[in-house]
Design a binder for this molecule. Structure first.
Ligand code: ATP
Length: 283
């Protein structure tokens, strides 16, 4: 039996550069991982089936699940003759902008590689994973990186300085496609400080890091769901160092250098948000 952890990601930055001919947006984003993990176990089967067990009413257990897709891709590409049972224990909120599904798919690829002793490198797994989702190559490595293209072209970066992360997931669902559909990039928009964020990571400068967060999609998602703005304001009033929406939302995260500070932000969020997590940056 193989055991794999699938950590959630947050976007330190997310910049959309232009819409490409294939319909995707060319993006530039810095992603890192946080200590909030789905847990997967993988076991060989005697038959050739992929059996996915998930106890969560909003998560499909068939071909629509990214972990299932990842297992199928591995079986087809490497002519694996045996089946697999994957037990997925979800902790990452669903459709939250935290890449839960992508991280499960990445963990499945790593797990299948070990279970069937395929000897593939992370680089090979990452390349393969781009066939099923743009965020999965990042999740295969699970380390801080600059992600370009659709998100699949990675340049590794140093991990961020130690910090507490407060995650607040409002009780709404956001469709990534709707957010990108409503996106209008204007010259008046604040520039996303990607280069400055890279400098902050390279120098390990926490003060610079908290001034280097940015997400082009934040404004669009806030227009659809003003609750995101109020969560940010609650965090700011409670003394967080910086807040930003992750991915296409709706999860908002805040960074805090001190545990006490993070705890008072968590307390301030009680009553206005049911899903709040206080965790560490993993990087
Ligand atoms: P991203 O940040 O990459 O946009 P997300 O965190 O917003 O991802 P997910 O949690 O991956 O979104 O789920 C989006 C949808 O995908 C869900 O509504 C769910 O039906 C489906 N889905 C497919 N596979 C999974 C999975 N392994 N875990 C959760 N949801 C999944």
């Amino acid at each position: 039996m193989i055991y794999e952890k699938a950590p959630a990601k947050i976007n330190l930055t997310l910049d959309t550069l232009y819409k490409r001919e294939d319909g995707y947006h060319e993006v530039e984003m810095i992603m890192t991982t946080v200590d909030l993990n789905d847990r997967l176990t993988l076991e060989k089967r005697k038959d050739k089936k992929i059996v996915l067990k998930v106890e969560h009413r909003y998560v499909p257990t068939d071909h629509r699940n990214l972990a299932y897709k990842a297992a199928k891709l591995m079986m087809d590409r490497y002519q694996i003759k045996q089946g697999v049972t994957i037990t997925l224990d979800k902790a990452i909120p669903i459709a939250a902008g935290l890449a839960g599904g992508s991280s499960d798919a990445a963990a499945t690829l790593r797990g299948m590689n070990r279970l069937f002793e395929l000897g593939l490198s992370l680089e090979e797994l990452s390349e393969l994973s781009a066939e099923i989702g743009s965020d999965i190559p990042f999740c295969v490595y699970g380390k801080t990186a600059l992600c370009k293209g659709r998100g699949e072209k990675l340049t590794p970066l140093p991990k961020p300085p130690a910090a507490w992360v407060v995650l607040a997931k409002p009780d709404i669902s956001v469709s990534t496609a709707d957010v990108y559909g409503a996106l209008k990039v204007s010259s008046e928009d604040k520039k996303i400080p990607t280069t400055q964020c890279i400098e902050a990571l390279e120098t390990g400068d926490y003060q610079l890091l908290i001034n280097s967060l940015g997400n082009t999609l934040e404004k669009v998602t806030i227009e659809m769901h003003p609750v995101i703005q109020s969560l940010k304001e609650t965090m700011q009033k409670a003394g967080i160092d910086a807040t930003m929406m992750s991915g296409s939302g709706p999860t908002v995260y805040g960074l805090a250098s001190k545990e006490r500070q993070a705890k008072s932000v968590v307390n301030a969020l009680k009553g206005c948000c049911k899903e709040v997590y206080m965790i560490r940056l993993l990087g």
